[in-house]
Structures are given as C-alpha cells and as structure tokens.
Design a protein around this ligand. Sequence first.
Ligand code: ZN
Length: 318
Amino acid sequence: MAGSGLSRSFSYPDSDRPTRIYPASACYSRIQDLRGLVNYGLSCCVNALLQSFSATHELVVLLNKWDIDDRGALVKTHNVPLQLQRILQAMQSQELQPVPHKDFLHCLDRNNIRLYKQHDADEVFLSILNLIQEQMSDKELAQEIRRLYMVTVEEHLQCMECRFIECGTSYLLSLPLPLREEDNTLEESFRNFFELQELRNMDECFCNRCGEKQPSRQGLRLIKLPPVVCIHLKRFRSTGGYTKKLYSKVSFPQTIDFKEILEPEQVSGSFLESEWQYNLYAVIVHCGSAMFGHYTAYIKHPGDNEWYHADDSRVRKR
Ligand SMILES: [Zn+2]
C-alpha cells in the first residue's frame, strides 16, 4: 500500500517473493520507522497486514483525522477503527513496545476475527475495511477510507442467444486475480481479469429477454482506479472440500502503468495520464502450505526508498 510522496500506489497481499527465514526471537527490531510486532499465537497474518497499513500514508492520515471527542460513546475495546488508529500511532512512536498491538488483536477477536487461528490475509483485509465502515462514528471519514481502495468496474453480460446486454457497476476493495498453474506475470493476470469469459452449462446466466438461462459472455471494464490499488493474487483454490495452494511463480514490476496493460475496450472511464501510474510499496507473502503457513511483509520505506522485510518481531533490510 502507500508511503509519503507515493500518492498512487499498489500492494499485493499473498504474493510470492523469495523469503529469507530468520530465527524466532522475542525482541523487537526498529529500523527507521518500521517496527516488528510479536507473534501472539498465529497473529502473523494480522501482523503483516498492520505493516502494510502502517506504510499506507494516506490511511494513517485519514485515521488520525478522527476526532477524539467524537468517540465518547464507543465501546472502545470492541471498536476496530479506534484500535487500529492506536496501534498505527504506536508503531510510529518511540515506545519500547507497541502495547496497543495486543488490544488490536483482542478487538479483532471480539469482532469474529479469532486469535489463535490461521487466517487469509485478503479476507482479514476486507473484514477490517468493512468494520471501519460499520464502526467509525464519522461516516464521511469512513467513506473517504473506503474510496482510498475502491476500484470501480462496469460489468457487462451478453446473452449469446439473443445478444441482449445487461450492464451494472461494481466496487472492489481488492482485485482478486486468478493465477495459472504455470508461470504468471502480474500484467497478464490483470489483463485476464478484465477479459471476456464465456459462461456455459452450469455457469449459464438468466437472460431477461429470453426469459431463461442461456450461455453468456461476461466481461469487465475499468471505470476508476483508487489512490491505493490492492491486488490479491489468488493462490488458494477450493476443490472438493479441501483447499489447495498454487505455488506457481508470479513476476511483477515495482512500477506499473495500467494503461499499457489493458486494451482500450477494457476501459470505460476517462483517466488523467498520472492516474494510470503506480509504485509498489508493500507485498504480503504467504509461505508454507494451505494447511499451515506463515505470513510476512515486504515494505518499501519512503525515507530511504529501500525494501525491508518484516517477519513478526524481526525487521531487516533486504
Ligand atoms: Zn437472451
């Protein structure tokens, strides 16, 4: 997600960069403004997300605008945006240990994101954004946070029998890009996401003109990209009651111009030149299997423009 001077940025939860393994340690590292977070029993997923939230300058600025006087009536131990504000402030303070970290984990637990349980980073990311919408008393500010991540797309569905087309607008807070078994590039996966797909047999859709289910063609057009684009590389696939992880390689650039990736017919909105261009500043990585794994985060520090690896309590320069 973002850093100062990176007004338009992007991040990938669940990507797969090579990771270095460090010995487990209870000490905190603090390099520049990056602070390690202790693993309180399977909290690596939330820890990695907190590192990317903390690096998202735009989010930190908006959360800090939330007025303290406005929060009197809140049940503070249950309020996710309040606890998120506290932990992000603590991560950037000089305190020896960021105490609100434990409060944040317990607050998530009270909101059904359980402690001592393995989670999926994209699911927790979306749950936290939804809880901000529900629990923030300043609804205008909550909407601004939502708009920070909101990709707007136009969905169109064409009946292959009568050619009738139905359109609708959808909003996505992260882009779920399907991966192939073989090598992938981010650019290809992004383009495929917007490509026309034929829906046949079990996937047929109801056509309002024909009055029955028909084979259809479904496609997406991009209307608007937000200041922060969050990309979810879909490594987990559920088949026949169990979850499989795809280990295929995904290569991606550090800067991206989405205009060069999409075909003109895949775009519906109008964009300024600068609205296409993004810098990568955070990558959340899952290593291990679908049954048991570990999350870490790579963060690009806006101060020195170097990459750091945050593995729970350890933060190291790459
Ligand atoms: Zn039809």
